[in-house]
Ligand binder design. Sequence first.
Ligand code: MN
Length: 349
Amino acid sequence: MRILHTADLHLREDAPETIDALDAVLEAARTRDADLVTVGGDLFDRPTDVDALRPALRERFADAGREVLVVPGNHDAAAFRRNLDFGPTVDPLVGAPCEPRRVGEATVVGVPYTSEFTDELYAALREAAPADGPGVLLLHCTLDVGFDRDAVGTEETTRYCPVSRSVLGELGYDAVLAGHIHAGLDRRRLPGGGHFVYPGSPCSHTTAETGPRHAVVYDTAADALEPVRLPTFYHDRRRWTVRPGEGAAVLDEVDRWVADREADDCEYRVAVDGFVRDEAAFGERLATIVPGDRLTNEVRDVGPVLDHELYERFERRLAEREDVDDPEAVRAVVTRALSDLLIAGEVRP
Ligand SMILES: [Mn+2]
């Protein structure tokens, strides 16, 4: 069986990119021939969105023609406490502490939103792990790998349902399909060999959620996870530090990076700092590649490096030495090192 997994759509009536992301996920389920779709929490951003969007979603889910298993997350748990109709294909797993579903030969065990991973939940999940056939755990949690606040969206202040890899590994599931971390696709192996995956939000909700977005397909027969790139909206940003003599190479790199993102639905930012031989020429060329409102140009002329007292002292020493095979290579290393120190503020100009 093939399961297409996503989480953290945060559907909002006033955020069309989130609705587009749902369409992209359902389309990916079709093209990747998935038998089942799972949503690891935060399908909706707020309970009010659940009411506003439900009729339209009923139709979308029905058209997708695939069973969809959903667990509530911290954002939409309140809405799922009511008995709502998302159409015949959508099955919210709301039974506490966990609720199993047999789908084909596999068993999917869903954990509705909980702030704590309790002993009771641990015991219930071990009990619910299937003795035969693939076992899949679906939950909204914070894995013990040091995600920072930005990774889960700016509004999150507490750690929901913190759980360690070793505890998850003890539960006896082949795959843990999770939600809550928005930053991006994050796959890990659990002690014992099980898969763990955060797909990341399927479209960027904040500027901290950078880079192309993904869903994943878990193939139970192959016991393999496959990332699926989604053609959805994302934020991206990148900073380059130029060293003297590398201006042209950096401009080529920026050009390729920008062209890739111009071809996508992407809101991006470029920052460039460092030293070049011709600040004006470099700046002009850079401005033809990156639109002004997306660019921060902090590049400075190489003069401060070459005119620096330390550099002049180095040049005098170099001239005295006769055992240097390749003075130009040494010059390049020192120029770069000094420009790095100047940029870092570790050497006074
Ligand atoms: Mn979320």
